[in-house]
Design a protein around this ligand. Structure first.
Ligand code: NPG
Length: 382
């Protein structure tokens, strides 16, 4: 369903951007590299009625996508925020959250930067109205099933140990990262150790169609899905691969918009879609993808980008929409961080996380933790 009741416009007095460095509790290894510190941009939109918060989920280097922190830092200041001032001035001084994407549309790409800015405006608008993001987006539940994403470990035995820890904590679905040479044996080790647990794999674009025989070997493990085996723009190859595999193909990196989702489904390149608001340019575009998948009977789940408590709260709200029928990468804050930047970090309760019900994203910022993690800060005014 489209947004039932739009938010009231807000007057934006200033936009603050910060780059944060948050140490991870353990290194996180994917097919594209290892991270030990999460670099992320936090945005604060200042309005006469209070602040709104957003998060730009870029990483230090453009390995997952072409976006990266310094690029987002530059484009946000140079083009995106000035475009908001222009749009507000044309509209008589204020801007509705639903107008943010249109104001930013002249600039190609940079979806993570746009998503962060839209979330900050949305949070400010909803806090002013004392409405929760979940209610605004159309959430149908007050808690969501929590899956965990497990990075590539030293060897399959270490992977089994790590997965065991997360199962003990109560996570209801395990996703393991794979890459060429670390796929069949790793998956077999987890299946052998833990039986019929809900299990899926994520390749982060590490394969080509010439690896189809290896990927077909994964069919025997009854996985929920294989995520993004091929490159971002390999839509036709994904369709060819999907026709060969019994394991459902899920797309992540390839789905950069509702249009891309519709095209991928039309081409049968995927039968499941991972929705990440950052990757698709915002929570409103994310809802559009949810809506079209739901209408087509295609299951979706909410991806994660190692968000701080800000993005984590917003993701829980999104994951509460009715089409999110598979557990998402919406894990507890302590999966990644010893110290989050919100006062009440997300926790795991019986395998679920709660959808915040407070105004806006529903979490409060811990100003000391925020300052301690900040490595760069700038404030923009019209
Ligand atoms: O739970 O937040 C989380 C992490 C889930 O594996 C995860 N994210 O490829 O989906 C991914 C991966 C990722 C993280 C991608 C950070 C890009 C940046």
């Amino acid at each position: 369903m489209p947004i039932a009741r739009p938010a009231a416009p807000v007057v934006i007095d200033a936009v603050e951007l910060r780059v944060l460095h948050l140490p991870l509790v353990s290194p996180f290894t994917t097919s594209f590299g290892t991270e030990t510190v999460r670099e992320v941009i936090i945005l604060r939109v200042r309005t006469p009625d209070g602040d709104g918060w957003g998060e730009i989920v870029t990483q230090h280097a453009p390995r997952y996508s072409s976006e990266y922190t310094q690029g987002a830092w530059d484009v946000t200041q140079r083009f995106l925020v000035p475009a908001l001032w222009d749009a507000a001035s044309i509209a008589g001084g204020s801007l509705a959250p639903e107008g943010v994407a249109g104001a930013l549309r002249p600039f190609v790409g940079h979806r993570m930067a746009k998503a962060g800015l839209e979330l900050a405006v949305l949070d400010a608008a909803l806090r002013a109205e004392r409405r929760a993001l979940g209610e605004y987006l159309g959430a149908g539940t007050d808690r969501v099933a929590s899956g965990v994403s497990v990075g590539i470990q030293r060897d399959p035995a270490a992977l089994v140990d790590t997965v065991g820890d997360y199962l003990d904590q109560g996570y209801v679905r395990i996703k393991i990262k794979i890459k060429p040479g670390r796929d069949v044996a790793d998956t077999a080790a987890v299946r052998d150790a833990y039986g019929a647990i809900p299990l899926q794999v994520d390749a982060n674009s590490a394969y080509t169609l010439s690896d189809a025989d290896t990927l077909a070997e994964l069919d025997r493990f009854d996985l929920l899905l294989i995520e993004q085996p091929l490159q971002e723009d390999d839509i036709v190859d994904h369709a060819t691969l999907a026709a060969r595999l019994r394991t459902p193909v899920c797309l992540d990196e390839s789905i950069v918009s509702a249009k891309a989702a519709a095209d991928a489904l039309a081409l049968r390149a995927a039968s499941i879609i991972n929705i990440k608001a950052g990757r698709v340019g915002g929570y409103l575009e994310a809802v559009r993808i949810h809506d079209l998948c739901r209408a087509a009977g295609v299951p979706v789940w909410c991806g994660g980008m190692l968000e701080t408590g800000i993005g984590r709260a917003a993701n829980a709200a999104l994951a509460a929409l009715p089409g999110f029928t598979l557990p998402g990468d919406v894990s507890a804050s302590d999966r990644f961080y010893a110290r989050d930047i919100v006062t009440a970090p997300m926790v795991l309760e019986d395998g679920y996380v709660r959808v915040p019900t407070g105004p806006g994203i529903g979490v409060e910022i811990d100003p000391v933790a925020l300052d301690d993690a900040t490595v760069a800060r700038v404030e923009l005014r019209p």
